[in-house]
Design a protein around this ligand. Structure first.
Ligand code: ZN
Length: 749
């Protein structure tokens, strides 16, 4: 069995750019692709980005000095990337907007005409004011509330709608069918089914918004603008198109729409205000990057943008020596892709959208379809770089179906998995591949064996119960390196993929092999998975991470959280990448944070010598206390307390440690009838509590006959003159790990 390589998880660095249309784009931390390129690509070399889903990632590569060849099939994203690379300044946008504002609509200026559409009356002073937005309930004919800021009296906030507000809507309703018909005319020829989809889709634009948007589109078409100013105008218009649909839920509007579902309460934005506001997002960058359109190439570093499909770019046989592939894989995004088709048809004409319009013809975007879509970009990419060249694929917001689609797409595109790093469900999975010759030999493999061993080996290695996604990723990686996936997408049939998935489900259903813990629903992603027979597994990841964090703190006089995390990532690679929270809790347990310097320093009391002294002291206390309880003591650590009166039976086994590491003690065979006591410094309470909360197997093993006793409680108990066996039995659980565990027993009973 081949095992996948384990990579050091690359942590993000810096703040992710809040670019336009951000809520539709793959979410990933800044700095990761830059770090990967620094390790794998020579400075200034050509990098291929075959998908073009994340403008922020592409800009980051170019900013780091690489030449990036990008194929972006979505014209909206390609355009956005180009504008952001140019880093226009606010005054340029403001000047374009001013020119737009003075265009004439009838007798009015355009700005006044549009602002007037949102006029309402201040409920306090009675003056007219343009509302910022209106609030609607889905399927109702009129809005129910409005938000305005009255400059005359200072009144600001949401107010109920008035009769006049409702009357103002009447004209748009009457002319709406006409606008809707015009909007449809501008879309490329479609099949009848797609046409029906489109009419449905257009409902996300309410009558007043549609009226404003087509007024803007028509005006802008008639303006004579330089190409550079036209581009800025298009950027503003795209933002207005985004602000103008009804997929903005009332309240927190940052939810990411994944389906065309108008929220039960949604916001209708004042679109003139939206034009003014969107300028900030377009001006988020300061330094411009050279950007060219294929086949022109940038001189020095920069971006060469190919707007179209990878297979068409491959046909053109680019004479560029591409050293690596680096990309962020997107999830299927029907909402954004469909909206993009509408927008680019309206802004740039039907022709631009022709390549892209098939998203309107498709109703369902399942993961099998998505594997094919990703493959159609990745397979040509693998052929465009030299054999053996590296490819980095980031899988953000991972879920099992997406992970499967990504691995299937790469494997069937002649990319061979060379390594991966998995952090958690909130962070992108990092995968590394190498371009392989096409036409590799296809072997018959034992799916069941590969899947089972991948799960077994991961769990034995991690030493604690895992989430489904983590094991599923391990399975996908193992299937990849053991060549369970076919070498071409044509052979990756629906039946084959289904068969693999059924085999995975079978293994997870085997109750002699795996058990579920803490599951709240039947769904496989709920709760944790653990081995029925975990004997011989590694100490828990949490215990091992704690130990390494402490070692690091002993070595370094001061260190930042980020440096500790990156160092832990390099000591625990692949699936073992320590969760940020675990590292943080370990640090809190042993060190003080210097808030000004943002560095951790180990506490004096936690230094090695100091803890050695504690340990010696506790050992003495335990020996002397045994005597006072008329018990005999045996062993160093654990110390056994034996009752000479009952034929030398073992009554307590006491483990003492300066850490919160419990795996070692729990693995030791202990007779079921013995009461075990775990003695630890009080400063370890938080970490022990945290470990018990996160690890259901650990919790299960310490529920019976295990007692947790802090060093200080032991000292208090042994200082009591009246200490007796009965009192010890009674008070042993009196100072629990945290308040939640309080047993209601007072120390002074
Ligand atoms: Zn007022």
């Amino acid at each position: 069995m081949n095992e996948p390589g384990f990579l050091t998880y690359l942590e993000g660095e810096g703040i992710a750019l809040e670019v336009p249309f951000n809520r539709y784009l793959p979410q990933h931390p800044a700095g990761v692709v830059r770090k990967w390129l620094a390790q794998h690509a020579s400075p200034g070399s050509w990098v291929l980005e075959p998908i073009g889903a994340s403008p922020a990632a592409i800009l980051e590569m170019a900013e780091a000095g690489y030449k990036v060849l990008v194929a972006a099939n979505n014209p909206v994203v390609a355009f956005e990337l180009q504008i952001l690379a140019q880093a226009p300044v606010k005054t340029e946008f403001q000047s374009v907007l001013r020119e737009l504002s003075v265009q004439k609509k009838g007798d009015e200026r355009l700005q006044g005409h549009i602002q007037n559409l949102y006029l309402t009356r201040c409920t306090t002073c009675g003056r007219e004011v343009a509302a910022d937005y209106f609030l609607w309930r889905k399927s109702e004919e009129t809005p129910y509330a409005k938000y305005y800021r009255c400059t005359a009296c200072g009144d600001e906030g949401e107010h109920l709608i008035s009769e006049t507000d409702i009357e103002r809507l009447a004209p748009y309703k009457r002319s709406d069918p006409l606008h809707r018909a015009r909007a449809l005319e501008k879309i490329p020829e479609l099949t009848r089914a797609a046409r029906a989809n489109l009419e449905e889709l257009l409902k996300v634009y309410a009558p007043r918004s549609l009226y404003v948007l087509f007024t803007l589109i028509n005006k802008i078409e008639g303006m004579s603008l330089s190409p550079a100013r036209r581009e800025l105008m298009d950027a503003l218009l795209l933002s207005a198109l985004e602000a103008g649909h009804s997929l903005w839920p009332a309240g927190d509007g940052n939810e990411r729409p994944r389906v065309f579902n108008i929220p039960s309460e949604y916001v209708e934005h004042n679109l003139w205000l939206a034009l003014e506001k969107c300028i900030d997002a377009w001006c988020i960058r300061e330094k411009s990057i050279s950007v060219t359109r294929w086949p022109d190439l940038p001189e020095g570093g920069g971006i060469c943008l190919y707007q179209g499909r990878m297979r068409d770019l491959l046909q053109q046989k680019p004479a560029i020596s591409l050293e690596s592939v680096c990309c962020v894989l997107p999830r299927p995004n029907q909402v954004f892709w469909s909206l993009s088709t509408l927008w680019c048809s309206w802004v740039w004409g039907k022709e631009t959208a022709a390549n892209f319009k098939n998203v309107l013809e498709r109703q369902r975007f399942d993961w099998y379809w998505h594997a094919n879509a990703l493959n159609s970009a990745l397979a040509p990419a693998a052929r465009m770089i030299k054999l053996g060249s590296p490819a980095f694929c980031l899988i953000p917001e991972p879920v099992p179906g997406f992970v499967a689609a990504a691995f299937e797409a790469c494997c069937s595109g002649n990319l061979q998995l060379t390594g991966l790093a998995y952090k958690d469900e909130q962070h992108p999975i990092q995968t590394e591949w190498s371009a392989q010759p096409a036409n590799r030999e296809v072997k018959k493999v034992n799916l069941h064996k590969i899947i089972r061993e991948a799960i077994h080996s991961s769990l034995m290695h991690i030493g604690e119960p895992c989430r489904y996604l983590q094991l599923y990723t391990a399975v996908m990686a193992s299937l990849s390196v053991n060549e369970a996936f076919p070498v071409s997408i044509q052979q990756m049939t629906y039946d084959l993929v289904t068969n693999i998935h059924e085999e995975i489900l079978k293994v997870f259903a085997d109750r002699k092999f795996l058990r579920r813990m803490d599951a709240t629903t039947q769904d496989l992603v709920s709760g944790f998975w653990w081995l029925v027979q975990p004997e011989g597994c590694q100490a828990s990841l949490a215990d091992r991470v704690e130990k390494e964090v402490v070692n690091l703190l002993q070595e370094e006089s001061e260190i930042s959280t980020a440096d500790v995390q990156q160092e832990m990532n390099s000591r625990f690679t692949g699936y073992l990448t320590p969760p940020a929270e675990l590292v943080e809790v370990c640090l809190q347990s042993y060190a003080e944070l210097d808030k000004a310097a943002r560095k951790w320093r180990i506490r004096e009391s936690e230094k090695y010598d100091s803890r050695q002294q504690d340990m010696a002291d506790i050992q003495l206390q335990l020996l002397s206390l045994a005597g006072r309880l008329s018990l005999a003591a045996d062993g160093d650590n654990p110390i056994d307390w034996i009752d000479p009166k009952t034929d030398g039976s073992l009554v307590y086994r006491l483990f003492f440690t300066s850490s919160a590491g419990m795996s070692r003690w729990l693995a030791a065979e202990t007779d079921d009838n013995v009461e075990c006591v775990f003695l630890f410094p009080g400063s370890r309470s938080g970490l022990i509590r945290y470990k018990l909360d996160r690890d259901p197997w650990l919790r299960e093993r310490v529920t019976q006959r295990w007692h947790f006793l802090k060093f200080r409680t032991l000292r208090e108990l042994s200082s009591r003159k009246d200490i007796s066996r009965d009192l010890w039995d009674l008070l042993i659980d009196s100072d629990p790990i945290s308040q939640e565990d309080a047993t209601q027993l007072s120390m002074f009973l």
